[in-house]
Design a protein around this ligand. Structure first.
Ligand code: SF4
Length: 332
């Protein structure tokens, strides 16, 4: 049955991509093709996300088939063969979804764990925020879209998958290295674009005009201009959702502070047995580096009404989503 599931994923991915290819460019078809690697590398996409994608495609084919059959009926044209073909395509998608959610899916992708739910939630958050941002911004917001006009949906899907991977890496990281790496990557991409902008390549600047890379200007710039409030809203929502974690996951200047601090860092000693009485101070930036250091498991994230592990999963979903969104849109 796992072979059948693999075959169905490949066929569904190709047919849905072919459908989008008929209406536009390769960029419109590419997101459907992102399901292809998941058939052979199950870690590429979380199982619930793939199931949602297949279900969405099934609904698309059902709606498309009904529309075309009704059109043909209204014009007195033969419609039965078309309805049978598109109905079979829709059923294949539903069959793949059912297999994915039951035994064969579990065998191929592993049991439905909290990690898979976190990865799916992150991908949906990143995709949703970027779709909204691209829709509300009068200029091409994503860098890839500036070089390849009309490709925004492909980049949005790619960043959603990247966000899902980051949340999985953060949850599995027991040595506190992933946070530093993704943070440095974001800062390098951000300042790399600034340098290219300074060198005269205005395509790497947010609006084509340069301003100082001072976080306060994220607020001051739009207030002065009276427009372009997307970045201040993104900053405000990020601070509201993650609080001091801005300083340990998202600040493009703080990333270099972290890099330099790590040059001379010595591994901290394990916390002593009286650690339950230790509470993080006001300056705690929620980086989480101390969690794996306590051999007694006394340190953890907390949120009212949530058990410790669930609180960490919610936190990781938020910071991984914001990191992926920032990586996609943040530039001077
Ligand atoms: S107390 Fe822990 S989570 Fe807070 S800043 Fe220190 S290492 Fe990071």
């Amino acid at each position: 049955m796992t072979v059948l599931l693999r075959i169905l994923i490949v066929l569904c991915s190709l047919t849905t991509a072919a459908h989008f290819l008929r209406f536009g460019t390769l960029w419109d078809a590419a997101p459907a093709l992102l399901a292809l690697p998941a058939a052979f590398f199950p870690r590429f996409l979380p199982r619930p996300l793939l199931a949602l994608g297949l279900l969405g495609s099934a609904l698309l084919w059902a709606e498309h088939g009904t529309e075309l059959a009704t059109l043909r009926m209204n014009f007195g044209l033969p419609w039965m063969r078309l309805a049978l073909i598109l109905g079979a395509v829709c059923l294949a998608h539903l069959g793949a979804t059912a297999l994915l959610l039951t035994g064969p899916g579990k065998k191929l992708f592993g049991p439905l764990s909290g990690v898979q739910v976190v990865k799916t939630a992150t991908a949906l958050m990143v995709g949703g925020v970027l779709l909204m941002a691209v829709d509300k911004t009068p200029f091409p917001l994503l860098l890839g879209d500036r070089f390849f006009p009309g490709s925004e949906i492909f980049w949005i899907c790619l960043f959603a998958i990247y966000g899902a991977m980051v949340s999985g890496w953060l949850l599995a990281d027991s040595r506190g290295k992933v946070r530093s790496r993704i943070w440095t990557l974001f800062s390098a991409v951000f300042f790399g674009q600034l340098l290219l902008g300074l060198a005269g390549f205005s395509i790497f600047l947010m609006t084509g005009k340069l301003h100082l890379p001072v976080p306060a200007l994220i607020l001051a710039g739009p207030l002065y201009r009276g427009e372009g409030f997307f970045m201040p809203i993104l900053l405000g929502v990020s601070l509201l959702l993650t609080g001091p974690a801005w300083c340990s996951y998202l600040c493009y200047i703080g990333a270099w502070d972290d890099r330099l601090a790590r040059l001379a860092a010595r591994p901290p000693a394990p916390l002593p047995a009286w650690a339950p009485r230790v509470r993080p101070g006001l300056s705690c930036s929620l980086c989480g580096d101390c969690l794996p250091r306590c051999p007694h498991g006394h340190l953890g994230y907390s949120f009212p009404g949530l058990p410790r592990e669930r609180a960490r999963q919610v936190f990781v979903t938020l910071v991984a989503s914001l990191h992926a969104v920032f990586l996609a849109v943040a530039r001077i």
